[in-house]
Design a protein. Structure first.
Length: 274
C-alpha cells in the first residue's frame, strides 16, 4: 500500500498523522524530490521513506511539533558549510523555515515539507441555553464536530447533524481531548460542572459569571470534587469582546476555543491539574 492510500485510510478513520514530502534536493541525497513518508503521533515512520537517519530525526521532530500545534513546517537539512553560508544555525527557525544540520557523508541539502493531518476537533456542549444553541450552530463552520448533552425534550432546539446525549451529566469519556462548554444557565449547573471536572478535556469553560462559578466550585469542592480539576474550568467562558447577545457570546467562546486549539496540546496529566 502506498503512502497516499495509507494516508486516506487513516484520515477516514479520524486518526492523526503527519505527511512529509521532499520538495527539493541539492547535490547527493538518499531521497529525491517527491519522496513521501507518513509519520504517526509517536514519531514512527509508518509508511514511505524520506532518506536515512541524517534526515529522519529532524523530520520526525518537526512532524511531532506539527501534530501538537496543527501548523505545517518546512525543514531544510543542510551541511554545516551551507548553513554558515545562509547565516543560519542548526535548530533555528527563520522565515518559516526550520534548519537542521546534515552530518551524513553525502553532505547534500534536502528541503522537506511536513504537514499535519488531524481529526476534526470535538465540541461537547452541556446544556441547551440560547448560548448553547448559538454555539452549536456556529461551531461546525469552524471545523468542530458538535455533541450536546441536554434533557431529551430540549434536543429539538438544536439543528440536524448535532450528536445528542441525554442529560447534562455526560460520561467522562464524552469529553476526552474535546472542547467542553457548560451552558446550562441555571438548569443543571452543578451536575454539568461536576461532570466537566471529571473530563480530560482540552478546554473547559462555564457560561456564567465568575462569582456564580466560584460559588458552585466551592460547593462541589466540599463534596469531594478535586479543587484543581474545578480550577481548570474557565469562567466566564469566551474572550472579552463586550458581547451581549447569545450569538455574540457564542462567537466569543468560539474565538477562545480556536486560540486554545492552535496551542500545543498538553499531556493528559497536565489536563487534570489544569
Amino acid at each position: 500500500m502506498g503512502v497516499l492510500e495509507q494516508a486516506a485510510q487513516r484520515q477516514a478513520r479520524g486518526q492523526a498523522f503527519a505527511l512529509a514530502t521532499v520538495v527539493r534536493t541539492v547535490s547527493v541525497t538518499a531521497a529525491k524530490a517527491g519522496a513521501k513518508a507518513l509519520i504517526g503521533p509517536d514519531g514512527s515512520i509508518e509508511e514511505g521513506w524520506i532518506g536515512g537517519g541524517c534526515a529522519r530525526a529532524a523530520v520526525v521532530k518537526a512532524a511531532r511539533q506539527c501534530m501538537a500545534d496543527g501548523r505545517s513546517r518546512l525543514v531544510s537539512i543542510a551541511p554545516k558549510d551551507a548553513l554558515v553560508e545562509l547565516g543560519a544555525a542548526a535548530g533555528e527557525e527563520r522565515g518559516g523555515v526550520f534548519y537542521a544540520k546534515n552530518s551524513c557523508p553525502s553532505q547534500g541539502t534536502m528541503d522537506v515539507f511536513v504537514e499535519p493531518v488531524l481529526p476534526s476537533p470535538r465540541l461537547l456542549i452541556l446544556g441547551a441555553s440560547p448560548v448553547a444553541v448559538a454555539l452549536a450552530r456556529l461551531a461546525p463552520s469552524m471545523g468542530f464536530v458538535v455533541a450536546v448533552a441536554a434533557a431529551s425534550d430540549e434536543h429539538e432546539r438544536f439543528e440536524p447533524g448535532v450528536q445528542r446525549l441525554v442529560g447534562v451529566a455526560a460520561p467522562p469519556e464524552a469529553g476526552e481531548s474535546a472542547f467542553v462548554v457548560i451552558s446550562t444557565q441555571g438548569s443543571g449547573d452543578r451536575a454539568a460542572l461536576k461532570s466537566a471536572a471529571a473530563m480530560h478535556a482540552r478546554y473547559r469553560a462555564f457560561v456564567g459569571s465568575r462569582r456564580k462559578a466560584e460559588t458552585l466550585k466551592r460547593e462541589l469542592a466540599l463534596e469531594g470534587v478535586p479543587a484543581e480539576a474545578l480550577a481548570a474550568i474557565k469562567a466566564p467562558a469566551g474572550l472579552d469582546i463586550s458581547a451581549i447577545s447569545s450569538e455574540e457570546i457564542a462567537l466569543s467562546i468560539l474565538a477562545e476555543m480556536i486560540a486554545a486549539r492552535r496551542k500545543p496540546e498538553r499531556p493528559p496529566a497536565e489536563h487534570a491539574a489544569g
